[in-house]
Design a protein around this ligand. Sequence first.
Ligand code: SF4
Length: 92
Amino acid sequence: MPATLATLSQYRELISDRPKKFSESEAGYTSPARSNSDYHCEDCLHFYRGLAARRTVCEILRRPMGSDIEPKAHCVFWTRTGDRFPLLRNGN
Ligand code: SF4
């Protein structure tokens, strides 16, 4: 056991700089049931599958209640390379 336990306020301070991310509505997140797109999160540059935690997350979008990013979903910021955004108007 550590000599001094961390406090709740230290914990809150630690997570206070959690990076901001887009919400589902801001990014136009579309679940697989409503999507007929060929662009899927699992093929997107921003998608990450954490094997140890068995979670799928996105580096720019956060779903409510920590829900996983669905591999067959998409949002308007889908990109394979980071320099082309085919679902955005003028995204080339
Ligand atoms: S398509 Fe959107 S939600 Fe899916 S991984 Fe890419 S940026 Fe994230």
